[in-house]
Design a protein around this ligand. Structure first.
Ligand SMILES: CC(C)(COP(=O)(O)OP(=O)(O)OC[C@H]1O[C@@H](n2cnc3c(N)ncnc32)[C@H](O)[C@@H]1OP(=O)(O)O)[C@@H](O)C(=O)NCCC(=O)NCCS
Length: 235
């Protein structure tokens, strides 16, 4: 009971929209899914795999959150919004973690045995992030929304992008030596459309010159005053 109380307290702390514990208990899909998971996990550990799986699927039907009963989840776990979440069989989640909707803690399909990630304590996983593979995400790290994380994340860091890169450690920005930012000249930028128009203009001028030359060579061609002057200048 005290574990349930502290989980509801964590929702109150993490979600500014959360009001009473009763409301959170009755109406939050994350709470619903986690309670089902705890029951399913008990059956899983006692080798009632079918019942465990059935409970997990029922919770998925109710909440859109699929937590495999074999996963290991710590205390004060918060799922904000829920929907579209998948937590794999060998995933491990520490205490005080927060995940948003659309998160996958999955495998790459290449591993056997331990296939899913391990989140340390106090990890935040933004909405739509995918963490794929059996590596560790260090304590207090933040995974930005929409990232695809494919390798170990050090503690106290922020990772961003596809594939995700560490952009901050201990609150300090990380400079990627020889990375994109260093390589690209961000001052002398040319407009590709302008470049293309300049190439076309040059080509039109060349074609006009060729055409004029052909006309002049034609036997019926009568030279204009400008052409005559032009020919005189060239001579
Ligand atoms: C990653 C996050 C936790 C912020 O962590 P932080 O350590 O405070 O990092 P910062 O905000 O200082 O961002 C660091 C850099 O990453 C960039 N960044 C942050 N989140 C990003 C994202 N999702 N995608 C791309 N870049 C992102 C920032 O623009 C910043 O870049 P800069 O240094 O060039 O300015 C936050 O951006 C995030 O994604 N939270 C998830 C929230 C969520 O899922 N909400 C759903 C509510 S319904």
């Amino acid at each position: 009971m005290s574990r349930l109380g502290e989980m509801l307290g964590a929702y109150q702390k993490r979600d500014p929209a959360a009001r009473s514990k009763l409301e959170i208990f009755l109406l939050y899909p994350g709470v619903n899914a986690t309670i089902h998971y705890r029951v399913a996990h008990w059956f899983y550990k006692h080798n009632f795999k079918f019942i465990a799986r059935a409970i997990s699927q029922w919770a998925r039907f109710l909440t859109g959150i699929e937590i495999h009963p074999g996963a290991t989840i710590g205390r004060r776990f918060v799922i904000d919004h829920g929907m579209g979440i998948v937590i794999g069989e060998t995933a491990e989640i520490g205490d005080d973690c927060l995940i948003y909707h659309g998160v996958t803690l999955g495998g790459t399909g290449k591993e056997k045995g331990k296939r899913h990630p391990t989140l340390g304590n106090n990890v935040l996983v933004g909405n739509g992030a995918r963490i794929l593979g059996p590596f560790k995400v260090g304590d207090n790290s933040r995974i930005a929304s929409g990232s695809v994380v494919l390798s170990e994340v050090p503690p106290n860091s922020t990772v961003v992008g596809v594939p995700a890169q560490v952009v901050k450690i201990n609150g300090q920005p990380v400079q990627h030596q020889g990375g994109y930012v260093d390589e690209v000249d961000q001052v002398h930028i040319t407009d590709p459309v302008e470049d293309e128009i300049e190439i076309l203009n040059r080509r039109i001028r060349e074609l006009e010159t060729d055409l004029a030359r052909c006309r002049r060579r034609h036997p019926d061609h009568v030279h204009t005053a400008d052409e005559a002057a032009d020919d005189t200048t060239k001579e």
